[in-house]
Design a protein around this ligand. Structure first.
Ligand SMILES: NC(=O)c1ccc[n+]([C@@H]2O[C@H](COP(=O)([O-])OP(=O)(O)OC[C@H]3O[C@@H](n4cnc5c(N)ncnc54)[C@H](OP(=O)(O)O)[C@@H]3O)[C@@H](O)[C@H]2O)c1
Length: 227
């Protein structure tokens, strides 16, 4: 994110905020995870591959670099992920899971299920986010993924998904990269969106904080204090 906590412009442009070294470090985080998760808006805006890309990243990593079994998970209650999205159409499609709700159009579910795994998850309706969107039940999903041996899940955005995990109490650790850039803008996308904390006593506390310089960027790693 930029120094002022933004992850994309108002139009959804996000490439690139951090420098090469930070991005290589991000790849290393991916390679150490069982699965990586994003929201459907990120797929629609960026069409990401969500793989561990080698070459450039490998130069910064250890010999065990790479994670050919990295699962890719998309929260997409209405099954809006395009059939030509990279996560659906590339050679790793078998490693993709699209999580939908039972409100998703059946035709879309069937079309996606021909290429990738589809999980139908319950949706929650108890936040103002859920009034505007469908908020898939993360507790249910994490239990299901745990039963499938996903023991470390890297949540990579966007802002709504980050907020659901962080403010919902589902994140154990954070790794935030800060680029020395200021984006500003009322409508630019925030690293953590959602409803936010209503009062300072509800603010999420971090502990065991470490700051590291990665190229021109900063990496903050910390443990999320239990609420
Ligand atoms: N700089 C970076 O590192 C970075 C990383 C990632 C993304 N981005 C940027 O972030 C932007 C997208 O972020 P965003 O906040 O608009 O969307 P997002 O977090 O990518 O996706 C949010 C959508 O996911 C679905 N969803 C289902 N269950 C959810 C739950 N429990 N919690 C949250 N979302 C849930 C909802 O859509 P449905 O109602 O349709 O299910 C919701 O609108 C893009 O512009 C992208 O470029 C930047």
């Amino acid at each position: 994110m930029t120094l002022d906590g933004k992850i994309a412009t108002a139009s959804g442009e996000s490439k690139w905020i951090t420098g090469e070294k930070a991005r290589a470090c991000g790849m290393k985080l991916r390679s150490g995870s069982d699965a990586i998760l994003v929201g459907v808006n990120t797929v629609l805006a960026d069409n990401p591959s969500l793989t561990v890309r080698t070459k450039r990243a490998a130069a910064h990593a250890d010999p065990a670099f790479g994670n050919p079994k990295l699962r890719r998970i998309v929260l997409d209650s209405r099954a809006r992920t395009p059939l030509n999205a990279k996560v659906v159409s590339d050679e790793f499609a078998a490693l993709t899971t699209i999580v939908v709700s039972n409100r998703a159009p059946k035709k879309r579910i069937i079309a996606l299920a021909k290429r990738v795994n589809v999980i139908i998850a319950p949706a929650k309706n108890n936040s103002s986010f859920a009034i505007r969107h469908s908020s898939l039940d993360l507790r249910w999903l994490l239990k299901k993924l745990g039963a499938e041996n996903v023991t470390s899940l890297l949540v990579e955005g966007g802002g709504e998904v980050n907020a659901s995990f962080l403010l919902g109490g589902f994140a154990q650790r954070v790794a935030f990269f800060y680029a020395p850039k200021i984006l500003g803008g009322r409508d630019s996308r925030k690293g953590v969106a959602g409803d936010g904390a209503k009062k300072m006593s509800d603010v999420l506390q971090l502990r065991e904080i470490a700051w590291r310089k990665v190229g021109y960027d900063l990496l903050l790693t910390a443990i999320v204090a239990p609420r």
